[in-house]
Design a protein around this ligand. Structure first.
Ligand code: HPA
Length: 281
């Protein structure tokens, strides 16, 4: 067994002993800036601080508390990573994807990856959620570089349906039922930590970007490598550089926060429609 998988299994064991509900089939959530308060809406919440889970990274960014939260939503177990590690903090790609690999190995039936992002598509409004239907990895990094462990996944993973069509349909239906707009698009993941220049935004717009951010793409790669379904939601926390006001993180987090109720409604709808996307065991 590779050391990567052994490290993941150590985290799995610690989480299983801290909360045996994680042995049941569950929905995973990676909660980005401003969206992590959704855990307060779960029933029977149990919080495990990242420092109590071997291998879990420390988080340094405001809005990323660094806790694993286990709860239930309409009787279904939900396991949330409240806070994530980013490349721009100096973490290597394997550390960045350690939490999502742990969720998959624990047995997640599907994982919703969320983030705050800059809106590149000119039809987007600040505060809206965007359904991620595809991505471009512009970080220059990849968590799969190095020897491949076939126990994790194949050497050359197929990324043609990276963002699960079934989960995406369930999220679309949930948005419709909640009366929320849910525009769709491609998320371009950049390294950061600088926000983009207006010229960089013109470049990614020409390349087909709808939203830009500094997370998500490596996690998506790691989860798909392991064969787990993923769905994605970006809160459009600001218009991309050159299109709106100056960018700052406090503002980004505040706007993302306001999208919380819609996000929860989408989550409820996704769980209620799980028979349409999660595979029977
Ligand atoms: N650019 C990159 N990352 C971001 C942005 C942005 O405009 N907004 C929130 N995260």
């Amino acid at each position: 067994m590779s050391s990567v998988l052994a490290d993941v299994d150590r985290s799995v064991d610690a989480i299983r002993s801290a909360d045996p509900r994680t042995a049941e089939p569950f929905v995973g959530l990676i909660l980005g800036s401003g969206l992590s308060d959704v855990v307060g809406k779960l029933d029977d919440l149990h919080t495990i601080p990242y420092p109590e889970i071997p291998g879990f990274p420390g988080t340094t960014v405001v809005g990323h508390p660094g806790e694993l939260c286990v709860g239930t939503l309409d009787g279904v177990v939900v396991v949330c990573c409240r806070g994530r590690a980013h490349l721009y903090e100096g973490h290597d790609p394997v550390t960045v994807v350690h939490p999502i690999r742990t969720l998959v190995r624990l047995g997640a039936r599907g994982i919703v990856i969320t983030n705050a992002a800059g809106g590149v598509n000119r039809s987007f409004k600040v505060g809206q959620l965007m359904l991620i239907t595809d991505h471009v990895n512009l970080t220059g990094q990849n968590p799969l570089i190095g020897p491949n462990d076939p126990a994790l996944g194949p050497r050359f993973p197929d990324m043609s349906n990276a963002w699960d069509p079934g989960m995406s349909d369930a999220l679309r239906a949930a948005a419709k039922a909640a009366g929320a707009e849910l525009p769709e698009g491609s998320y371009f993941g950049l390294l950061g930590p600088t926000y983009e220049t207006p010229a960089e935004i013109r470049m990614v717009r020409a390349m087909g970007a709808d939203a830009v951010g500094m997370s998500t793409v490596l996690e998506a790669i790691a989860a798909r490598h392991m064969g787990c379904r993923i769905g994605g939601l970006s809160v459009i926390s600001n218009l991309a550089a050159g299109d709106g006001d100056e960018l700052d993180h406090a503002h980004v987090a505040e706007i993302a926060d306001a999208a919380g109720p819609t996000f929860f409604a989408l989550l409820q709808g996704l769980v209620a429609r799980r028979s349409t996307w999660w595979e029977p065991s």
